[in-house]
Write a protein that binds this ligand. Structure first.
Ligand SMILES: [Zn+2]
Length: 109
């Protein structure tokens, strides 16, 4: 009896996986990239942006929102900031997330 191929268990992946016979767990993903809980999650990014609407009537061009984003997940860290505060906060968050990739004394444009 030959193993019957089944679809990869990852959402959105249409590759077929050959079920192996014999000892061990059967493969349910076509590749290591499709396996969950690997270090394949998108990185967390720091975003500084204008809000859609200003809470106190100021022009939205003058207020800033700082967010953390990973893929489609977004967490708002702070709202209604001035640019210096937003820029400093974003810089600290970037340092926290990637302490080694940013040079000391660097600035975020
Ligand atoms: Zn797959």
């Amino acid at each position: 009896m030959t193993p019957r191929p089944v679809a990869c268990a990852a959402p959105g992946c249409a590759n077929l996986v050959s079920r192996r016979s014999g000892p061990g767990r059967p493969f349910i993903y076509c590749s290591p990239e499709c396996r969950p809980n690997q270090s394949r999650r998108p990185p967390i990014r720091v975003e500084v942006d204008h809000p859609d609407t200003s809470p106190d009537g100021r022009p939205v061009q003058r207020v800033w929102t700082v967010r953390l984003r990973r893929g489609r997940q977004v967490v708002v860290i702070a709202n209604d900031l001035g640019w210096p505060s937003a820029n400093a906060l974003a810089g600290e968050l970037s340092d926290l997330l990637r302490p080694s990739s940013r040079q000391k004394g660097g600035t975020i444009e």
